[in-house]
Structures are given as structure tokens and as C-alpha cells.
Ligand binder design. Structure first.
Ligand code: PGA
Length: 250
């Protein structure tokens, strides 16, 4: 697949003023990046600002979470239709911080995926094993289970999958590109079980977990890794621009 996606996950960082200062610095640095699809996933509170700031830039907007109900008495939650209305094309679903800090389970994630797809959003569906699971040799089983339960009842959705080993997120420790390639290839094989018209071949699979400008090229050089979901290193405009550019030059 020629398509390469680099997605920024800002997590719970940046006020609107900080997002504005970021964009003033970031946008002029993005020359010659046409080969890459860039996605920025800010906190909900920055969506309205970024929708305007990203107009005519080709950069896509994404959210970091969504609730599964369409509307109603769900204090604090945001629906898929609301995100689409804010100009979001993507939404991160099943991030390990939501699984582990906020207690989301595979059924919650399945409902969120269905809600997102029904409103035309493209989920960035995160899967990945914890350190104990890895040490017990359960990586393949855990990832397969997350895929199976998350995608239950969904028919060939327009989807991005992000493989993010939990022990590599925010730790400065990467999976080796060869290890990550092995898991991403098995994710594609699993998706191939739904195969119709090469659907699985065209699903972008991202690696996430302490990606930096130093490591990005080794990941995107792998056959089944089509880009990255970048947390910490996306918060600095110069660093994130260099991740996008390095990848585009390759
Ligand atoms: P990190 O986060 O790049 O800071 O490890 C990645 C993510 O959580 O999506």
C-alpha cells in the first residue's frame, strides 16, 4: 500500500492558545509532505479551533474518543454525530489509556466502533498487549481477541488499526521494527479472514509507542506498517514536522 498515515495524539494536552501557537510554528514547516496523510487528534476543546486552522491544508482532524449513544442524558459524553459535525474524519477508539485508566472493555469499544462507523467517521482502532501479557507469550492471542471482540458485527468498515504495545507507550521503549512488523502482519492476516475484494490489504495499520524522528523510518519501512500514531513526540511542532517530513522523503 502506498498510503502512509502519520497521526498525532495530543492526549490531554494544549489549550486553544497553545494549539494556535503550535500551528503557527508547524504549518510553515510542512513542505514536501504530500506523500503522507497527516491527522491531528487534539482534545475535544481544540476541535473547533483546529477545524478552521486546518482548512485548505490537507491535514485531517480526528478526535480521541467517542460515546456509543447517539444523544441523550449522558453527562460529559460526546456523540459520533457531534464529532462529524465538528469536521472530524477520524476518531481514536480503544486507546490503552482508556482501557487501563478509564476501564473501557472490548464491548464498550465495539459499541464505540459501531457508532463511529455509522456516522461516517473512520476509527483508529487501537490494540496491543501489556508487558505481563507479552512476557507470558500472549501477544498474538491478546491482539486477536481485541480485534475479534472490537469488530464483532461490523461489516468491512472503513478502518485504521493501530498496534500499540502498552509497555511502549510513553516509556521511550520501542518495540523492535521487526517485532512490530510481525504483529502487524498477523493483524492483516486476521483481517484477511473477512476478505472481500482485498479489503484487508488496503487497511492502514499503524505502529504506536514512543515513535520519534529517530525511529519513524525503521517502522514505516516494514511491509505491513503503514504509518504511526505518535503521542509525546507530536506535542512539539518542530519534532512532529520532522517525523512527517522524514517519512515523506523515504
Ligand atoms: P507515545 O504515545 O508516542 O507518547 O508513546 C503513543 C500513543 O499513546 O498513541
Amino acid at each position: 500500500m502506498d498510503r502512509v498515515l502519520i497521526a498525532a495524539n495530543w492526549k490531554m494536552n494544549k489549550t486553544v492558545g497553545e494549539a494556535h501557537r503550535y500551528m503557527v510554528d508547524f504549518l510553515p514547516r510542512l513542505t514536501g509532505w504530500e506523500k503522507t496523510e497527516v491527522i491531528i487528534c487534539p482534545p475535544f476543546t481544540c476541535l473547533a479551533y483546529l477545524r478552521e486552522a486546518l482548512e485548505n491544508t490537507g491535514i485531517q482532524l480526528g478526535a480521541q474518543d467517542v460515546f456509543w449513544e447517539p444523544e441523550g442524558a449522558f453527562t460529559g459524553e460526546i456523540s459520533a454525530a457531534m464529532l462529524a459535525d465538528m469536521g472530524c474524519r477520524y476518531v481514536i477508539i480503544g486507546h490503552s489509556e482508556r482501557r487501563h485508566i478509564l476501564g473501557e472493555n472490548d464491548q464498550d469499544i465495539n459499541r464505540k466502533l459501531k457508532a463511529a462507523v455509522s456516522c461516517g467517521l473512520v476509527p483508529i482502532f487501537c490494540v496491543g498487549e501489556s508487558l505481563p501479557e507479552r512476557e507470558q507469550g500472549q501477544t498474538q492471542t491478546v491482539v486477536r481477541e481485541q480485534l475479534e471482540q472490537g469488530l464483532a458485527g461490523l461489516e468491512l468498515p472503513n478502518l485504521v488499526v493501530a498496534y500499540e504495545p502498552v509497555w511502549a507507550i510513553g516509556t521511550g521503549v520501542n518495540a523492535s521494527p521487526a517485532d512490530a512488523q510481525g504483529i502487524c502482519a498477523s493483524i492483516r492476516r486476521y483481517l484477511g479472514g473477512f476478505q472481500v475484494n482485498d479489503w484487508a490489504r488496503d487497511i492502514p495499520i499503524l505502529y504506536g509507542g514512543s515513535v520519534t524522528a529517530r525511529t519513524i523510518a525503521a517502522f514505516t519501512a516494514q511491509a505491513d506498517i503503514n504509518g504511526a500514531l505518535v503521542g509525546g513526540a507530536s506535542l512539539d511542532p518542530e519534532h512532529f514536522a520532522s517525523i512527517v517530513r522524514l517519512n515523506s522523503d523515504g
